[in-house]
Design a binder for this molecule. Structure first.
Ligand SMILES: Cc1cc2nc3c(=O)[nH]c(=O)nc-3n(C[C@H](O)[C@H](O)[C@H](O)COP(=O)(O)OP(=O)(O)OC[C@H]3O[C@@H](n4cnc5c(N)ncnc54)[C@H](O)[C@@H]3O)c2cc1C
Length: 482
């Protein structure tokens, strides 16, 4: 059995807005969840870019210098599929594991019952081996889903053998219990949970990482900071579409430019506006508009500078205006506190790991090992690919019945699996972090040199082969080699 321990009282995202799924969607589909997830997705097919910075580098009043410099359009029937998950079919050991998964777990095909589909989540279904990722979003470069829907769906489809421990704060991790053959966590109320493996999917403030990365032979918890501020902060929000459109219609002062901008943006389209050291993007999703405003900022916002503070809303609004961003963003900002969810946040990435991702029977996964900036939209996707890879390498829960001769053999298998998982994932995750950081700095255009590079880079990215280069970049990001 699996105990899923979460310090928050509900299965609910702490961040608002939506995320773009690429490799993560391939994982969900391969787990047999295509039918559940597809209705919530908005396949993204067009990425349009406009620059608000003139030749002299100064931001001009809205509308004066807005040059559209490119658009990546993915036609409805384009020959592009979400990246298939690549399993290394050459490795005989991988094949054996896969056979075992398939022997012991049903496939989650379209005709499978609910309980069958639930069981598929334990293992990797056969569809993972095929390139068949067909579905409504198979031609898109990514598919957006609100965090709320993603969490609800993951909650609903939890396998039956997973017990959820909500509102439970892990305060201590012991990676070497019972002579190193188990690990345990201690909760703030003193409860101790022991298992074969502790998977630290506990985010950028990970307590598991503090133990795993500890140089101390006893695994005593590290106290140094595990994350660094990237010099970029911003606002990230979601507005319910029908209330926003109603608000715009009923507004006494018509804003034709904002309405025209909305009309020009198809469902599944995003439009990014480049300023000086800032970008603003609007996404047209099925039921929501999502907007993002990122700016270069020396210090991260303090806890007082959250979105509920009216002074913060005022400040962001005037910054958006000063950048010459379309007035649509001000309307979205104003609408957000009523109908949607907004966060004002600093962007952080994790410090590089100087030790292995595992220690004894504790292992890191997702942001705890490699938190990245959101500019490639890969944080959650990489966490899901990590989970896939770890599940792929670990022997099945009942392995001792048919794979391992004894407990020592099982221990050896687990250690080898942790090593293989890290080898498969760590270089790619580190590369994603670097590319995402670089991509973010290029897109923000802080110095005039940055803005020159940005113009050439984004133009090439969006126009080359009608977005072919852009799709290749996402495909690279979503690859999984096990
Ligand atoms: C502005 C922004 C935009 C983003 N956009 C995208 C995007 O478009 N696409 C994308 O793929 N990613 C995106 N990301 C990144 C994505 O949100 C993260 O990478 C992802 O959530 C990481 O998942 P995780 O499971 O590793 O950690 P988290 O989502 O942080 O989850 C950690 C969990 O651990 C629990 N926990 C933590 N500490 C404890 C403890 N001591 N005891 C018990 N439980 C604990 C928490 O309750 C939480 O449930 C974005 C991030 C930001 C900030």
């Amino acid at each position: 059995t699996v105990a899923l321990v979460k310090k928050h009282p509900a299965v609910k995202s702490q961040l608002g807005a939506a995320i773009g799924l690429t490799g993560g969607l391939a994982v969900m589909r391969s787990l047999g969840l295509a039918r559940e997830i597809d209705p919530y997705l908005t396949p993204m097919r067009s990425f349009k870019g406009s620059s608000l910075v003139g030749g002299g580098g100064a931001a001009e009043p809205e509308g004066k210098l807005t040059t559209s410099f490119g658009e990546a359009m993915i036609p409805e029937k384009a020959q592009f599929e979400l990246p298939p998950i690549l399993l290394d079919r050459r490795s005989s050991e991988s094949r054996n594991y896969l056979r075992n998964y398939e022997m012991f777990h049903d496939e989650g095909g379209a005709a499978a019952s609910d309980s069958q589909r639930r069981r598929t989540v334990h293992g990797i279904s056969r569809s993972a081996l095929s390139d068949d990722q067909s579905g409504p979003s198979s031609e898109a470069f990514m598919a957006m889903i609100t965090r709320e829907h993603l969490h609800a769906l993951l909650h609903r489809t939890l396998p039956l053998n997973v017990s959820l421990w909500l509102n439970c704060n892990v305060v201590h991790v012991e990676p070497f219990s019972y002579g190193g053959t188990s690990a345990s966590v201690t909760l703030s109320d003193g409860t101790r949970l022991t298992g074969d493996l502790v998977v630290g999917a506990d985010g950028i403030h990970s307590i598991v990482r503090r133990t795993v990365a500890s140089d101390d032979a006893d695994g005593r918890t590290l106290t140094t900071s595990q994350r660094r501020y990237t010099g970029i902060s911003g606002v990230y929000g979601l507005v319910v579409k029908h209330t926003f459109e109603l608000m715009m219609k009923c507004s006494l002062k018509k804003d034709e430019k904002a309405e025209a901008l909305l009309e020009s943006l198809p469902v599944g389209g995003l439009h990014e506006f480049e300023g000086k050291g800032a970008i603003a993007t609007v996404f047209n999703l099925k039921r929501h508009y999502m907007f993002v405003f990122f700016e270069a900022r020396e210090d991260p916002p303090t806890s007082d500078e959250n979105w509920t503070n009216p002074a913060v809303q005022e400040e962001i609004s005037s910054k958006i205006k000063a950048q010459g961003m379309p007035s649509l963003f001000e309307h979205l900002l104003r609408a957000a506190p009523d109908g949607g969810r907004v966060v004002h946040l600093g962007l952080y990435e994790s410090e590089p790991m100087r030790t292995s991702w595992s220690r004894g029977r504790a292992v890191l996964l997702g942001d705890s090992a490699h938190a990245t900036t959101p500019f490639l939209g890969q944080g959650a996707n990489q966490a899901m690919l990590d989970a896939w890879s770890l599940a792929f390498h670990l022997p099945p829960a009942n392995a001792s019945d048919y794979i391992c001769a004894d407990d020592d053999d099982l221990h050896h298998h687990i250690q080898k699996a942790l090593h293989r998982y890290e080898t498969a994932r760590s270089t790619h995750a580190t590369n994603i972090k670097s590319v995402s950081r670089m991509f973010g700095h290029i897109r923000l255009g802080i110095t005039s040199w940055d803005r020159c590079v940005r113009r050439c880079f984004m133009q090439t990215l969006l126009t080359c082969g009608r977005g072919c280069l852009f799709r290749q970049m996402l495909k690279w990001a979503s690859q999984l080699n096990v």
